[in-house]
Design a protein around this ligand. Structure first.
Ligand code: PGA
Length: 254
């Protein structure tokens, strides 16, 4: 049985106090299914780790550098992230790829380093609108996996998030059919790249304009093992509602 995970990517939002208030709102409402992972800004991780009381909420960082220490002004290492109290890290988010020009090779180094240093990466992949329109979606996903997961051992724990770039922060979400196709392609490619066992066990999350009013249909898709939510995760009540809907849909399928 694959894990079901709901992740909140707060991006560059929330001060420490706002983060603490959010946890006070969310924590009493949830249990451990689906698992919740919050990705606050770096500055809030250590303080938030002190206020979380249960194991139902884990923390993650939105990015990291692949070296563990050194003269890399402005960067944060996997060891520092763990030290602050996080267990997860987002690697290759489309905003990192597009705004900060992170290439597949760099993302690969980050994947290897995150795992080596004891973090669980959420490896983000997805095509742009132009790539989708030129029927290149599968080619792009294949390349992102082939380079991004090069030398990443099958036994290592990581999660994949399919996030079509054109659906992130735009309010346009992929249709359940588009999501079903992409997730099935990714899972098949993981069978080829690793093994049937790996592809059956790896959680694949969907991200891109997930909201309370579309999560039911998305969660119905068999290969979707949860969500990575940006905008709609900023409000505790709406994030809780998304969590609750995933719970109902996925529980009915177990
Ligand atoms: P969104 O962001 O839900 O605001 O589209 C998703 C993400 O960036 O992970």
């Amino acid at each position: 049985m694959r894990k079901v995970i709901l992740a909140a990517n707060w991006k560059m939002y929330k001060t420490i106090k706002e983060g603490i208030d959010y946890i006070k709102c969310l924590e009493p409402k949830i249990d451990n299914f689906p698992e919740v992972v919050l990705f606050p800004p770096f500055t809030a991780i250590a303080e938030l780790s002190k206020v979380i009381r249960s194991s139902n909420i884990s923390l993650g960082a939105q990015n990291m550098y692949f070296e563990t220490k050194g003269a890399y002004t402005g960067e944060i290492s996997p060891i520092m992230i763990k030290d602050a109290g996080a267990r997860y890290v987002l690697i290759g988010h489309s905003e990192r790829r597009n705004i900060f020009k992170e290439e597949d090779e760099l993302i690969n180094k980050k994947m290897i380093s995150a795992i080596k240093n004891g973090l669980i990466p959420i490896f983000c992949i997805g095509e742009t609108l132009q790539e989708r329109n030129s029927m290149e979606t599968e080619k792009v996903l294949k390349k992102q996996i082939e380079i991004g997961l090069r030398d990443v051992a099958e036994e290592s724990e990581f999660i994949i998030a399919y996030e079509p770039v054109w659906a992130i922060g735009t309010g346009i979400n992929a249709t359940p059919e588009q999501i079903r196709e992409a997730h099935a392609f990714i899972r098949d490619f993981i069978t080829y790249f690793y093994s049937k066992n790996k592809s059956e066990n790896i959680p694949i999350l969907y991200g891109g304009s997930v909201k309370t009013d579309n999560i039911n249909k998305i969660a119905e898709v068999e290969d979707v093992d949860g969500g990575l939510v940006g905008g709609a995760s900023l409000d505790c009540e709406s994030f809780y509602e998304i969590w609750n809907r995933i719970k109902v849909v996925k529980r009915s399928k177990r």
